[in-house]
Design a protein around this ligand. Structure first.
Ligand code: MN
Length: 407
């Protein structure tokens, strides 16, 4: 692969085969689009204007979100990436590019996408089975529809927040199974869900389904997602219409959107689907990404969920979202649902790690172990995948600290 002249970047998790996009600002300046290389961010617009003062890409990159760039479509994404690799890879561009290469430590990072619609799925068989066993111990863990369609719900786009945004403990109605009536107050079962999110760049027409094989024409890139969940609020409210206030108070995403092309070496067969899904969900073996996730609580790794163990693929989730004719918009975000592997140390939520709060985890680290989140806790989700250069790439981390409820 091409090597980069940017100091410290070659061989790192943000080498030239990664190049995630984000939105940054330095003191007093307007937020704008940059690309990360090593521990630096390249301010894209001024570099693009050196060669072409009327560059359409530069105009899109001067805006405070990725939406204008994403709306230009997949061919523009490919051209832009090839150009960035050329600029950061060939010494001939170094002198005029270096002034626009800014140390990450000096910058403020922002929410990278103006989120249009937000959908969250439930695509891990291990997660769905665990939750079924915890909440409905006397029944089949999976409901009858689960292996026929990717179950999902529409979430709240306006409360999707960037990594490092504090998460205020939500208040609401809670009713334990042992209580006769609900009480109001701060959630006592605040939880995380370690997920992967897919960002739609190119929209689609109302009434026209998007076929599963058009995935790469529409999906621009991938983000890390923490779908914060108040289990007590959720458990009381969710029948019969699904998650509402137990999920909508905050959903954190990474600052960096890793473009789909950076995952060319990461595609892998998912475990397999039985029964064979209906034809609109694809005639082929479902393919997913070999992304390793780490859930870190207060500096300690508590779980390592593997995305390659998911049941439903990103392309199937996209096809399902639009099969009724619902249209896509630039900035749509859909997330995988909690990623949980088959092993206990691969569970992507505290609900599962503590088996409904009954079996504290992390007892070797914390006195008495942990069940759900406490005020002051910091959760960090880390993600890596095979890169096209033979090493690994990192996605942006998703960090959040829990603040006490506000009354
Ligand atoms: Mn979720």
């Amino acid at each position: 692969m091409t090597t980069t002249w940017v100091e410290g970047a070659a061989g790192s998790l943000f080498d030239i085969d990664n190049l995630p996009y984000g939105v940054f600002s330095s003191s007093g300046e307007q937020p704008r689009v940059g690309v990360r290389i090593g521990d630096h961010v390249l301010d894209l617009a001024p570099v693009a204007e050196i060669g072409d003062p009327a560059s359409e890409l530069a105009a899109a990159w001067r805006t405070p979100s990725l939406n204008a760039f994403m709306a230009m479509g997949a061919e523009s994404w490919r051209i832009a990436r090839r150009w960035i690799i050329e600029v950061l890879g060939d010494e001939v561009h170094r002198e005029r590019t270096q002034p626009h290469l800014l140390p990450l430590a000096d910058l403020t990072l922002h929410l990278p996408v103006e989120v249009a619609d937000y959908v969250d799925f439930y695509a891990s068989e291990h997660h769905a089975s665990n939750v079924g066993r915890i909440f409905r111990p006397d029944q089949e863990p999976l409901l009858p529809n689960w292996r026929h369609l990717p179950v999902g719900y529409h979430g709240r786009a306006g409360t999707v927040v960037a990594s490092t945004t504090p998460v205020v403990r939500p208040q609401g109605q809670r009713k334990a199974p042992t209580e006769d009536s609900p009480t109001f107050g701060p959630s006592r079962r605040l939880d995380i869900e370690a997920e992967l999110g897919f960002v739609v760049g190119t929209g689609s027409a109302l009434g026209q389904p998007v076929p599963h094989d058009a995935f790469a024409d529409h999906v621009f890139g991938v983000v890390g997602v923490n779908d914060w969940s108040a289990r007590d609020i959720q458990a009381w409210e969710y029948v019969p219409l699904g998650p509402f206030l137990g999920k909508s108070f905050a959903t954190s995403v990474s600052h960096w959107v890793t473009p789909l092309e950076a995952f060319d070496a990461a595609w892998t067969d998912l475990p397999g689907q039985d029964p064979t899904p209906l034809p609109y969900l694809g005639p082929d073996r479902a393919r997913g990404l070999d992304v390793d996730v780490e859930v870190v609580l207060n500096g300690e790794v508590v779980s390592r969920p593997p995305y390659r163990t998911m049941y439903w693929s990103p392309a199937q989730m996209l096809a399902h979202t639009t099969v009724n004719g619902a249209s896509l918009r630039t900035g749509d975000l859909y997330a995988s649902g909690t990623i949980s592997g088959p092993e206990p140390g691969q569970r992507g939520s505290f609900l599962e790690l503590s088996w409904g709060g009954k079996e504290p985890f992390g007892t070797e680290v914390w006195e008495g172990g942990r069940t759900f989140l406490e005020d002051g806790d910091e959760v960090r989700l880390r993600y890596t995948a095979p890169g096209t250069g033979g090493g690994r790439i990192a996605l942006g981390e998703v960090v959040g600290r829990v603040e006490p409820a506000r009354g």
